[in-house]
Design a protein around this ligand. Structure first.
Ligand code: KG4
Ligand code: ZN
Length: 368
């Protein structure tokens, strides 16, 4: 089957064509138009600007996805779209476009939860991957652990009680004067710190852990973020200048990264132990972080847990991951009609999907 997918939940307009042949998913095109340069001027995503930019980009991005894939409209068996969670105006552009396309092609409309899409990115490069497994989603909006029971059933077993991990990266990056979004630049600064540090050298800066100090699998990034920002402001006051020397900036990035990787690692180890999971998937924009990739890979290696993480291009927002999730929703008979609405929050997304899953269950039962 061939699926056409749209992603527009935040500041990337993306369209993809993915074909499944003999059980293997082939990404025929995955076009991503990023708005980062526009939002960088404001130090973060401006929702109104994002919606307008999606409106301007979406037709061209979709055309390009067809062209690069060499796909004919008649080949498309289904149209998948991210309907939640995210910025409501941005989501609505993708959902409206997908509805129009699905209706024009006479193809079913498949609603996809963005977070489940991030996890499904792993299916595109790990043919052997199949549920059940544990999934760690680290993105600009989420930091959560899921027990993925089957292709369409995600049970959240832990999450951040405040900021998401990517949000903390971006806020700390901004205070350090790094370009938006700060995650990738922080990754490089920390790499320079670890590379320059002498073997066994201790970082004089230590930040609080984002692992919540109880038996839950929850995180909290706001204390860590505030500690970093306070330290930076105190150092600026003490030095009577906004310019911090490079060595101190490296130590800050190194200490922040160590707190993030250790804190996530701590909860991950506990979750792997409690669930007995034999496979871990890590996904989302922050899954591109080189330090997190290394430390999580090591945790899995020591426990003989197989580890699947998308390549860097598939960690950030893209439509191929929505196609991968959409194929499994399609297999389960989960389709939406033209009344599908976008949902900004996880809660309303869950309600919509639960309703559509129940409809699919009744339809499937009647059919057998
Ligand atoms: O998944 P994503 O593309 O969008 C959301 O669904 O939120 O994640 C974006 C986040 C941003 O916070 C960005 O700074 C972060 O991913 N990010 C990184 C890296 N690359 C992107 N964070 C840390 N290290 C990176 N290399
Ligand atoms: Zn995302």
């Amino acid at each position: 089957m061939t699926i056409f997918a749209i992603e527009s939940s935040c500041d990337e307009t993306s369209a993809a064509v993915v074909t499944r042949t003999d059980g293997k998913l082939v990404v025929r095109s995955n076009v991503v138009a990023s708005q980062i340069a526009t939002h960088a001027l404001y130090g973060g995503v401006v929702p109104e600007i994002a919606s307008r930019a999606h409106c301007e980009a979406i037709t061209g991005v979709a055309r390009e996805a067809f062209r690069l894939a060499g796909a004919e409209p008649s080949e498309i068996d289904a149209v998948a779209v991210t309907f939640a969670p995210g910025l409501i105006g941005s989501l609505l552009v993708g959902v409206s476009f997908a509805k129009a396309l699905a209706s024009t092609l006479g193809a079913p409309l498949i609603p996809v939860n963005h977070i489940e899409g991030h996890v499904a990115a792993a299916y595109l490069e790990h043919e052997e991957l199949a549920p059940p497994y544990l999934a760690l989603v680290v993105s600009g909006g989420h930091t959560s652990l899921y027990h993925v029971k089957d292709y369409i059933t995600f049970e959240e077993i832990g999450s951040s009680r405040d900021d998401a991990c990517g949000e903390a990266f971006d806020k700390v990056g901004r205070v350090l004067g790094l370009p938006y979004p700060g995650g990738a630049a922080m990754d490089k600064l920390a790499a320079e710190y670890f590379w320059k540090a002498a073997p066994g050298e201790k970082n004089p800066i230590v930040f609080p852990s984002p692992a919540v100090g109880d038996t839950s699998f929850d995180f909290s990034f706001s204390g860590l973020k505030t500690a970093v920002i306070n330290l930076i402001q105190n150092e600026r006051q003490r030095r009577k200048t906004d310019e911090l020397e490079h060595g101190l900036r490296l130590q800050i990035a190194g200490a922040f990264t160590a707190a993030v990787t250790d804190g996530i690692g701590k909860k991950l180890k506990a979750a792997l132990k409690e669930t007995g999971a034999g496979t871990l998937v890590m996904a989302g924009g922050v899954a591109a972080n080189s330090h997190l990739r290394t430390s999580v890979a090591e945790i899995c290696r020591r426990r003989k847990v197989s580890f699947a993480v998308p390549s860097l291009a598939l960690c950030g927002d893209n439509a191929a991951m929505i196609a991968a999730a959409g194929i499994h929703m399609f297999d389960a008979g989960i389709v939406a009609d033209s009344s599908l609405n976008a949902s900004a929050s996880d809660e309303s997304a869950e309600i919509t999907l639960a309703r559509l899953k129940e409809k699919a269950r009744i339809r499937n039962r009647k059919a057998t």
